[in-house]
Design a protein around this ligand. Structure first.
Ligand SMILES: [Zn+2]
Length: 230
């Protein structure tokens, strides 16, 4: 199993590690700083340097429960080789900011989330909601939360605790990862937002750029899509 260093520290940009397996799509490593596609967030890109040769990582995702760094050509790559990982930090930091802003959006719109997507400088959530919220109000509230500079904390609860508090799960489309007995929780401020999430976040809301515009689309009677542009 790859040790997923980004779970506890999403600010790691470079890291030395060892190839644990070569698979047709790319490399599995002992440790990684690359986030695999999931929860609406794209997998990380960047590069891997082996013996002074630099190879592009075009994406990261789980394949057969293995965290794979996708590369175009695996010829000549072998298990146990030492490698240096470098993250495309510009892109990832943008995702971290957008991702964290979607938690703030969740706190403003207290309805179940049915889907979502994180992009570079853009993000959206779909809510199980009948009436359209006022977009100017959403814009002002979210920028206020950004300016108020709340801290983001990582913690965990047990499966049983989550079962007793099902209201903590905001996203109907993405089930919190179970199996280890512990579920990772993300908290913003003392009571802004608290929900299970495996993604990458910034440390302080003030790191998020101001939202420039909010767009709200009708995606069915009980589905409103809220798009944030930065
Ligand atoms: Zn999150």
């Amino acid at each position: 199993m790859t040790i997923e260093l980004f779970r506890n520290d999403s600010y790691l940009k470079d890291h030395n590690t060892i190839i644990s397996e070569v698979v047709p799509e790319g490399l599995v490593l002992n440790e990684t700083i690359f986030y695999p596609e999931g929860g609406g967030q794209p997998g990380d890109e960047g590069s891997i340097t082996i013996n002074n040769q630099t190879i592009n990582v075009i994406g990261t995702r789980y394949i057969d429960n293995k965290l794979v760094h996708l590369i175009e050509n695996i010829d000549g790559l072998k298990k146990d080789k030492e490698v240096r990982l470098s993250l495309n930090w510009t892109k990832r930091y943008s995702y971290m900011k957008v991702h964290t802003s979607l938690h703030l959006l969740c706190s403003i719109i207290p309805f179940p989330v049915t889907g979502g997507s994180i992009g570079d400088g853009r993000g959206r959530l779909d809510f199980d909601l009948e009436s359209k919220p006022d977009k100017e109000e959403v814009l002002n509230k979210i920028n206020k939360l950004i300016d108020e500079d709340y801290s983001i904390y990582i913690s965990s609860i047990t499966d049983q605790e989550l079962d007793k508090n099902p209201e903590l799960v905001r996203t109907m489309a993405v089930k919190p990862p179970r199996g280890s007995g512990q579920i990772r929780m993300i908290k913003i401020g003392d009571n802004i937002d608290f929900q299970p999430c495996g993604g990458t976040h910034v440390n302080k809301t003030s790191e998020i750029d101001h939202v420039k515009s909010v767009k709200i689309e009708n995606k069915g009677k009980m589905n409103k899509r809220i798009i944030l542009n930065f």
